[in-house]
Structures are given as C-alpha cells and as structure tokens.
Design a protein around this ligand. Structure first.
Ligand SMILES: O=P(O)(O)O[C@@H]1[C@@H](OP(=O)(O)O)[C@H](OP(=O)(O)O)[C@H](O)[C@H](OP(=O)(O)O)[C@H]1OP(=O)(O)O
Ligand SMILES: Nc1ncnc2c1ncn2[C@@H]1O[C@H](COP(=O)(O)OP(=O)(O)OP(=O)(O)O)[C@@H](O)[C@H]1O
Length: 394
C-alpha cells in the first residue's frame, strides 16, 4: 500500500496502533438510493453501546489516526454491491477521469451528422467557465472487514459480497467514499435536493410530444407524485408552481427546525425567494444551463439510433456521460441566521457516478417502452405541470 485513508476498528488495528479517544467515531444510517447507502459519521461517546471505529492515514507501514473533527463534516457512501452498479473505487476513478473534466474549460469529442448525413467526430470547446465549486470532493476510503460488518448490520441492503467476489472470504475490505455532508443543520440551514434530470427533450421523442422525457417517465412509471416537478421548471424558474414547490420543500424542513409557527413563517418565504433567485438568475442557473449543454452535446442522437452511429466507443462513452449528468442530484443549501434576514445559497452536485456500459441495453428498452406506451403523447387525467405542455398551449 502506498498512501490511503482507511477506516478500521480497534481489533483490526495492527500492533502498536492505538487511537486517542478524539479519533473515535460511530456511524449512523442516513439514507439510501437504489445503489448506495449513506452514513453520518459522529464522534464516538462512552455513553452509547456502539462499537467505535477510527480513520487512519496509511503511508507505507505507518498508520496516523485522524481526529474526528476532520471527518464528521462528511458522510460515508458505501455501494450495495449490486450488479450493473459501480464499486466505490470505480466511482472515484470515473469521477476524476471522466466526469470532473466536463466541469472545467476544455474540449470534448462529440458525434455530429455531416452534410452527407453520416456520423462524424467533432471537437467542441466547453464554455470558458469553471464549475468545480459545484462538485463534491470524493475521497476513497478503504473499509476494513469489521467496519463492513457493522455497516451491513445497519443497512441490510448492502450485500456482504458481490457476485464477482464469490470466492473471497466474507466480508472483505471494501472501498467507500467520504463526501461533504449536505444535510440541513437545525436552526441554521435547509437543504433542497432536486434531480436535474432531462433538461432538454429526448432526441428520439416524437415530434408531436406533449411532454418532456422526465414527465413521460412519470406517466409510464409514476413515482411519488406529491413531490414531483418537471425538471424543465428548474431552468425556467418563473412560474408560481415552481415557487410553491420550493416553498413546500423549505416548509418540510422548517417545521422540524423552528421552535414556533411564527418563526417558521418568518423564515420560509425569504429562504424560498433566495433559492428561487439562485436558480433563476444566480450561480444555480448557470450550472443548470451547463448541465443541459452537456446532456445535449453528449447525446444528440439518442440511444435508439445507436446501431447507426460510429465510432461506437465514442458514442457509448458520451452516452454514458450524458446519462450520468441526467441522473445526478443537486443539493441546494440555504444558510440563514434566524431573525437577521441574512441568507446564503449554494449548491453541489451529488451522485455523479459514471454510468456503466452494462446499462446501455436498459436505456434502449426504457426509451422503447416510452414510445410504445405513447408516454410522450397520450392524454392523461393528472396535470404533471410539464413545461413542454404549457409551451404548446401558449
Ligand atoms: O429511469 P430514470 O430515467 O427515471 O432514472 C433512474 C432513476 O430514477 P428517478 O430519477 O427516480 O426517476 C433511479 O433513481 P431511484 O433509484 O428511483 O432514486 C436511478 O438513479 C437509476 O439509475 P441507476 O440504475 O441507479 O444507475 C436511473 O436510471 P438511469 O438514469 O440509469 O436510466
Ligand atoms: N453528501 C451527502 N450529504 C447528505 N446526504 C446525502 C449525501 N449524498 C447522498 N445523500 C442522501 O442519500 C440519498 C441517496 O444517495 P445517492 O443519491 O448517492 O444514492 P444512489 O444509490 O446513488 O441513488 P440512485 O438511486 O439515484 O442511484 C440521497 O437522496 C440523499 O438524501
């Protein structure tokens, strides 16, 4: 091993490595998505019955324990070990090698159709802007077996071993990722989480589409309608629908944070207005436009035309990147000082995991199902608030 940050229990520690009390931490389940589980990292205390763990910086044969203060502003993300999803070490390398470069000035190779109707590779310059302040630092962490046992006991959705590790003893060392903790802080910040999914229409949507790709998905496979919003509204930002959607999200958190209803009501509208302003005219708007640009540059033809596109490696690589930036999360934080009117809004992108090539067939099937089911075009009873539909009426 040359240099790595590791997490271990006292019984994993090599002889002579004994952490001070201020290096000890415990893990608390925070949340999970389809592929990963997130844990909060809290200082360990003798009061609980929890087993302590600690982080060390390992260099050659030396193990240097890390003070918990350097760790507890972060969360630990651990992959569940499912098929077609990436291990955390693959996420970290994919992020650095392929995803991060999309957020700094530079050139990318894209597939365009030439005047003869044939695919051709073009080099396109990205905007001369640096969006890296919106990216989270990804730090790979080697998790020792006893840490894995404890994490699996808190989240049984983490598989003890992947199919590809079938011959390994259970459980083995695994990689996790330390990321900045974007959770709200009671009394001083709220965090709104949105997925800026398909910010432009699918290239293979029918010409008579009455809704965008994300709304078409919501028709075909509805998910929690109570907090659904058409992602094109994030970019447009003007409507009352959008203001109300943000207000509802802010209220959900202030209800838990505020001591009185009056205090909540005093804070909710200014915080909502600051977030809407940020997404409509501020840095958030520039970021959303950049995501839309990436989504369209990297996938101008659509997975359905894949068989006619070449060079195939460029097409597939770009499609994977486009699908990555269509499935990330945006964490918008508003820090406020109660009663002062001071509000600072910021945002970071999460879940920028470079999608696996194994998913290409699934993307093909998803688009095919949307077309077959007429999800872009058929009439429905409910109003999803799709901006495409609104623009057709206008
Ligand atoms: O099917 P979509 O377009 O709705 O997107 C899936 C997401 O659905 P949602 O954003 O909730 O509507 C879905 O999100 P959830 O698990 O529903 O939170 C996943 O992100 C999925 O990607 P992967 O299989 O984990 O790599 C996403 O799949 P792909 O982006 O890989 O197609
Ligand atoms: N850095 C973070 N700080 C605070 N909470 C987080 C952080 N990252 C993730 N979360 C929470 O955990 C949830 C799941 O995380 P994440 O989106 O990374 O999982 P996933 O399995 O990759 O999701 P998907 O289902 O989209 O593939 C998020 O929706 C969010 O609520």
């Amino acid at each position: 091993m040359s240099e790595a940050r590791c997490c271990l229990s006292e019984s994993d520690a090599p002889k002579g490595v004994a952490p001070d009390g201020d290096a000890l931490v415990r893990f608390k389940y925070l949340n999970q998505g389809g592929a990963n589980v997130i844990f909060k990292i809290l200082p360990w205390s003798t009061a609980g019955a929890e087993q302590p763990f600690f982080f060390v910086d390992c260099k050659d044969d030396t193990f240097l324990p890390v003070h918990h203060g350097d760790i507890t502003s972060q969360v630990l993300r651990v992959d569940k070990g499912l098929d077609k999803t990436l291990r955390c070490d693959e996420v970290v390398s994919g992020f650095h090698d392929h995803v991060r470069p999309l957020f700094v000035p530079g050139k990318i190779s894209v597939i365009a159709i030439d005047s003869d109707g044939l695919p051709t590779v073009r080099s396109v310059a990205l905007p001369d802007l640096d969006f890296t302040k919106h990216l989270m630092k990804h730090q790979g962490i080697l998790l020792y077996p006893n840490v894995m046992v404890a994490l699996i006991s808190k989240a049984e959705t983490i598989l003890p071993k992947r199919k590809s590790d079938a011959n390994q003893p259970t459980p083995t060392n695994r990689w996790g990722i330390l990321l900045p903790d974007m959770s709200p802080a009671v009394g001083s910040s709220v965090t709104i989480e949105v997925k800026p999914k398909w910010l432009a229409q699918s290239p293979t949507a029918p010409l008579n589409a009455v809704r965008c790709r994300t709304c078409a998905m919501q028709v075909a496979k509805p998910k929690d309608p109570s907090n659904y919003i058409c992602p094109l509204r994030l970019l447009d930002g003007k409507s009352d629908t959008f203001f109300r959607w943000i207000l509802d999200r802010v209220k959900e958190q202030l209800v838990e944070h505020s001591e009185t209803l009056k205090q909540q009501q005093q804070e909710e509208t200014p915080i909502t207005s600051a977030i809407v302003e940020y997404l409509t005219r501020g840095d958030g708007n520039a970021l959303l436009h950049h995501l839309r640009l990436l989504q369209t540059l990297l996938d101008p033809q659509g997975v359905h035309l894949r068989s006619r596109m070449y060079p195939k490696p460029t097409f597939d690589h770009n499609l994977r990147l486009a699908m990555t930036v269509r499935d990330c999360s945006l964490y918008i934080t508003a820090q406020y000082a109660a009663g002062t009117g001071s509000i600072k809004v910021d945002s970071k992108l999460g879940d920028l995991d470079f999608k696996s090539a194994d998913k290409i067939d699934d993307w093909f099937s998803k688009e095919e199902a949307l077309l077959k089911e007429a999800a872009y075009t058929r009439g429905i009873d409910e109003d999803l608030g799709c901006l495409v539909a609104e623009q057709l009426v206008a």
